[in-house]
Each structure stands twice: as C-alpha cells, then as structure tokens.
Design a protein around this ligand. Structure first.
Ligand code: CO
Length: 310
C-alpha cells in the first residue's frame, strides 16, 4: 500500500474533490458534520487517568481509594481510570488476581474507546524521572492519528503555592504529643533527577516554622547520615519518623521503620535517639489530596480551549 505524505495529498485536487454533490447530498453532509448527527466526530468524551507508582501493601490501597473518591466526587460526570507505573508491582498484583494497567495500556484502551479529552493526573510527589517519563508517554499518544487531546496534571510539589500548602499540611499532621525539642524526620523518595533539590527546598520552608523538622531521601540526599549528625549536634533524644510519600508502602515499612540495621529507625536507635514511626502516606490526608485534585482541575480547565461545539 502506498502511503502519501501530506504534501503529496495537498498536490492532488482529486483527493479533496472526488465527486460532485447534488444539493440534497450537500445539505445532508452540512447538517451531519455541523451538528454531529450520525457520527461521533463532534462528540466530546472526557476521561481522567490517575497515575501512581503503585503499591502492594494493603494499607496503601486505602490511600489510593481516598484519592479515587475525592476525584470522583469532584468530577462526577467524568470516568476515572487508574494506571501504575511499576511493572514489578503490577506483575505481583496480577499473580493475586488484581489487574492494574500500565500507563500505555490504559491510554490505548481509552483511545480505543473513543475518549476525546483526557486529563492524566500524576500522583507523584515531585516532577522527577517518573513524572517526565509519564509526559513522554502521553506526548507519544497525542501524536497518534485519531488521538485525543491530553493534558497532564502536575505532581504534588510543583509551585511555590504547593510548597506552602504541603509544608503547612505536613506540620498540621505531626502528632500532637511531639515536643519542640524532639525532631520530626520526613522520608522522601528522591533520585538522581535535578528535581531532587525540591526536598531540600521543602526542608528550608519547614525549618522557617520549626528548626527541628527535617526532610531526607531514601534514594538520594539529604541522607539520614546528614540528618543524624545534626540531631546529635543538637543533642536531640527523640525523632518522629514519617514517610513523605503518597503511600506508606515498602520504603516506609522497611527502610524507614523496619528492623534492618540500615533502616532509619535502626541508624538513629544505634546512636541513642529514640524513634517514633508514624506510618501514614500523604495521600491519606485530605488537605494533601486537595493539592493533587487542584492540579487535576487545572488540567481539565485547559480542555475548554480546544473543545468543539456539538
Ligand atoms: Co523506591
């Protein structure tokens, strides 16, 4: 089969005027394409795809369900789908009979089902590698013939306003019994992407309010060793350990509060600092979820500029 390029098509008048319509046929086609009768070309079908890393920990599911419910309540007319980016977690869930799509499969299904406007909401915390990979996948789908208009909602910490809201929410949820001379140590994920600097920026914001609040990263810096040294210098005796991740999954249970000698709890205990772990993910708090939902609202609001009237 010969595939003609755009230039070739433009050069062939017969492609655009293959036959002459009589008046009645012309009127019929005018009505059909103007009012979308008998064709779905003018119909708008909006969808939402929520994208998370994924987790197999049952308690983490309640965090995802919290987001799911808030999104469905905010956008009752728009179908909501989920995708997990982690292939390992999807495979393990599938072994237990739970089928969760990858981003690629979820987008392909929605394209096939005729969605025209799609808001993909990143449930990541910062715009690191995971987020940028998601954007690249979305862009590839946008370029497809018969593709849909897609917008991607930003991760949790994506603006100065987000920074203020996240810092306030984190402080709000510190257990009330914690005393000022005790430390609060949040564990972010982190990675090699430049956006890792956001964790240090967050720590700066938190310490403006309370100098004994720290943010470290399990996969990068600031490290627990960095934080440990400051706690020792300040002669801090107790530290509250709290995940700064959407769900209290594997990292929270093992690397933060686990009994392995490399866990943050074990590292601090070994130098005489008592640890109190609070195993709740950010997605379990409504004021955090509101930030993701607001980003989704922005993504959906940008639909209107390319909406076609039916
Ligand atoms: Co990880």
């Amino acid at each position: 089969m010969e595939i003609l390029g755009e230039e070739a098509v433009k050069g062939q008048e017969s492609w655009v005027q293959p036959f002459k319509l009589n008046e009645l046929e012309g009127l019929f086609l005018y009505v059909k394409y103007t009012f979308g009768l008998g064709t779905d070309m003018h119909l708008i079908k909006k969808g939402i795809l929520l994208v998370a890393f994924g987790s197999r920990i049952p308690a983490a599911q309640s965090a995802y369900q919290n987001i799911d419910q808030k999104v469905k309540t905010t956008f009752p007319q728009i179908p909501v789908r989920w995708a997990y980016t982690s292939a390992i977690i999807r495979r393990k869930l599938a072994e237990g009979g739970i089928q969760i799509d990858s981003v690629e499969i979820a987008l392909a299904k929605m394209m096939d089902e005729g969605f025209t406007h799609l808001a993909v909401q990143s449930l990541q915390t910062v715009s690191g590698k995971e987020y940028h990979d998601l954007v690249r996948i979305v862009r590839a789908f946008e370029l497809m013939p018969h593709g849909f208009q897609i917008t991607v909602g930003y991760p949790l910490l994506s603006s100065s306003l987000d920074m203020t809201r996240v810092a306030a929410a984190l402080i709000r949820h510190i257990p009330q019994e914690r005393k000022n001379e005790e430390a609060v140590v949040f564990m972010g994920h982190g990675g090699s992407h430049p956006s890792n600097a956001v964790y240090t920026a967050l720590m700066y914001h938190l310490q403006q309010k309370d100098p004994n609040i720290f943010v470290g990263c399990v996969e990068s810096s600031p490290t627990i060793e960095n934080i440990k040294q400051i706690l020792l210098d300040r002669k801090i005796k107790t530290a509250y350990l709290i995940p700064f991740m959407s769900v209290a999954g594997h990292h929270a249970l093992k690397d933060l509060a686990g009994n392995d000698e490399n866990s943050w709890k074990s590292i601090l205990t070994a130098c005489g600092i008592k640890s109190v772990a609070v195993l709740k993910g950010t997605a379990e708090y409504d004021d955090m979820v509101d930030i993701w939902v607001d980003h989704l609202k922005d993504a959906i609001a940008s639909f209107s500029s390319f909406e076609v009237q039916a």
